[in-house]
Design a protein around this ligand. Structure first.
Ligand SMILES: Cc1cc2nc3c(=O)[nH]c(=O)nc-3n(C[C@H](O)[C@H](O)[C@H](O)COP(=O)(O)OP(=O)(O)OC[C@H]3O[C@@H](n4cnc5c(N)ncnc54)[C@H](O)[C@@H]3O)c2cc1C
Length: 408
């Protein structure tokens, strides 16, 4: 039996290794545009590769039907992944946060060991080759690339990801291939990405990072809240809390809904505690500039912005700030509102939301419900995970199930 796998990322490599280990008689070809395998594995976790997570449920995934991941997570849990890693010689470092990294702390170890396993199993890598079309005549698939045609495949796995990080040659061609065989896709959008805001003077606070609690409002209703770093940037906001909350902000934004974030810079204090602290500070040092006193609370760069937001002159002394203005300062410190206007786009996104609709794919086998012998795995499907190793785990787990099925 001859198998074509489109995409040498986590999903495609796992599908190939699993299938060949279960059935030595398979002839497997893996195609990729890139000259080397696993470009996104190498980019992940800032080159350290947050490869999985030891606590995974379907709640960590977003899509039209997040429950779709359940079969893959059941059949390929974190423990199974750990066993797989051992089998290729990869040791893992499981952090207290449940995030999992290679013990070497280097993504390169992951791709090296995967490639060595692929070679040992005599799986053929057809790299530097962009698949342009997939055709089926009778029971047999043909793969077209720009230069060559590859024939007589019994099964094809489409594991070519989606468009996040186009600089790594990411494409959305998987959805075109799917469409050819009668599949539909949900709108794609950048996920785990920085957000542009309507804030007018961002350069003044550019580079400031603060632990905060972020709430997301869609058309005035609170839809999500997350704690973590917020980084003020040239274009708006980034940092882990923003990347996390972007997963719930970007789709409504694409539907032109009103998307706002509220940043609480003092999540561990309630409003009255903070009000009491600022009031007594201003009372005890009446001749000190209000601006100077604020720099004892927030960073030098944020203080003038907070003061300005409360419409207080930067030269004003503490004694000249009235009760209403102090309440306004507090409001800016704990409920600093920004309207989200755009995202940093696919180029800066860690993942893509949307993709091939999961109700047209069998969640147990990853075979297309529209075309026998066609399979999907990984990010090309309408499943996107939270930050923390969940996207790679879904790629491994879905690749495993597809691989298991095609081996038969
Ligand atoms: C900067 C960055 C950091 C990330 N960090 C993390 C992290 O720490 N943890 C985590 O879990 N996830 C992370 N992710 C997300 C994770 O890398 C992906 O979700 C995962 O790699 C998807 O795997 P995949 O196999 O489905 O697709 P991909 O890895 O995208 O593989 C698909 C392959 O198919 C190739 N391809 C596309 N079209 C064609 C075609 N027409 N012909 C031939 N080849 C084609 C692509 O070039 C690619 O090599 C990160 C992503 C990025 C961009």
């Amino acid at each position: 039996m001859k198998i074509a796998i489109i995409g040498a990322g986590a999903a495609g490599l796992m599908a190939a290794i699993t299938a060949k280990r279960l059935n030595k008689n398979l002839k497997i070809d893996i195609f990729d545009i890139n000259k080397a395998i696993g470009k996104k594995i190498l980019a992940s976790g800032n080159g350290r590769c947050n490869i999985s997570n030891s606590q995974i449920t379907s709640k960590n995934y977003i899509g039209e039907n997040p429950e779709f991941v359940n079969d893959a997570l059941k059949q390929f849990s974190f423990k199974d992944f750990e066993r797989f890693c051992k089998s290729i010689g990869l040791l893992l470092d499981i952090k207290e946060t449940c995030k999992v990294y290679p013990l070497s702390n280097e993504a390169k170890s992951v791709t090296n060991l995967l490639e060595s396993t692929i070679n040992a199993l005599d799986i053929k890598l057809i790299l530097d080759t962009k698949v342009t079309d997939i055709q089926k005549e009778g029971e047999s698939f043909t793969i077209h690339s720009n230069e060559k045609t590859f024939t007589n495949y019994d099964k094809v796995v489409v594991s070519c990801g989606l468009g996040a990080a186009p600089q790594l040659n990411a494409t959305e061609m998987g959805m075109d291939f799917a469409q050819k065989f009668g599949h539909s896709s949900n709108l794609t959008y950048p996920s785990l990405v920085g957000l542009h805001t309507n804030y007018e003077q961002p350069s003044r606070i550019q580079g400031v990072k603060k632990e905060a609690h972020v709430s997301l409002y869609i058309d005035g209703n609170k839809e999500a809240e997350i704690s973590g770093d917020v980084l003020f940037t040239k274009y708006g906001v980034s940092g882990f809390a923003i990347l996390d909350i972007s997963q719930y902000a970007v789709y409504p934004l694409s539907l032109y809904q009103d998307v706002q974030i509220a940043i609480n810079l003092f999540p561990n204090l309630n409003r009255n505690e903070l009000l009491g602290m600022v009031e007594s500070l201003f009372k005890s040092l009446p001749n000190e500039k209000a601006l100077m006193l604020l720099t004892g609370l927030v960073s030098n760069k944020l203080a003038p912005v907070i003061l300005e937001g409360a419409k207080i002159d930067k030269e004003a002394k503490a004694s000249e700030v009235n009760a209403k203005q102090i309440r306004s300062i507090i409001n800016n410190l704990i409920n600093w509102r920004f309207k989200v206007t755009d995202t940093q786009g696919f180029k800066h996104a860690e993942a893509s939301g949307g993709g091939v609709r999961t109700d047209e794919v069998d969640s147990k086998t990853y075979e297309s419900k529209k075309c026998k012998g066609l399979y999907f795995a990984g990010e090309v499907l309408d499943i996107v995970g939270n930050r923390g190793g969940f996207n790679l785990h879904f790629a491994w787990a879905s690749g495993y199930l597809a691989g298991k099925t095609i081996s038969k």
